[in-house]
Design a protein around this ligand. Sequence first.
Ligand code: SF4
Ligand code: SF4
Length: 192
Amino acid sequence: MSRSAPIPLPVLPKPAAPGQLVPCLECGYCCTYLAVGINTPSTPRFATDVLWYLYHERVSVHRDVDGEWSVVFETRCRNLQADFKCSIYAQRPHICRRFDETGCEVNAPDQRDRVFHSAAEFLAYLRGWKPRTFARMQKQFVPDAYRPQALATAAASARVARPQRRPGTKLSGAAARARRTVARRAKARTRA
Ligand code: SF4
Ligand code: SF4
């Protein structure tokens, strides 16, 4: 099976000047992906889940400022028009109504997630963050291309981006994760 050509990720608009917000109608970025909360990859079981996510194209894994993890799929909403208006604005889902654009990934850069775009980036991070987990995974789950030398290169290129702030009350455990999955994509965009 031949591999398709890489598809560029959506472009994250530049943050506005201090004190100013990027208008939603000049952006549309948060309608070009969806995020689902995942287990903290502190064990081989959950860390290999992250590897699996990252082996797929147009998928990234995020750790937010609260230490919550999510998998993000780059996929444009079918209702987002070329002019960045929502074609179903009056009937848009709950999740699209609740987000505060003052705390979104574009307008609140201080809330940015750590983002992993590749398995190599994640493994380089895991090696420093959870060395015992990494060591337990090495033999069976870490491909040769991602062994320490390659990981050093990946670590240098790892970057922080794509902030996500969640509105609402913080819950715990599974409830928090479920709530978070919804809240991450919630937004109240002032477009008609
Ligand atoms: S809420 Fe933020 S990311 Fe979404 S369209 Fe508005 S400015 Fe862009
Ligand atoms: S507001 Fe919701 S339904 Fe409308 S374009 Fe954005 S993601 Fe799609």
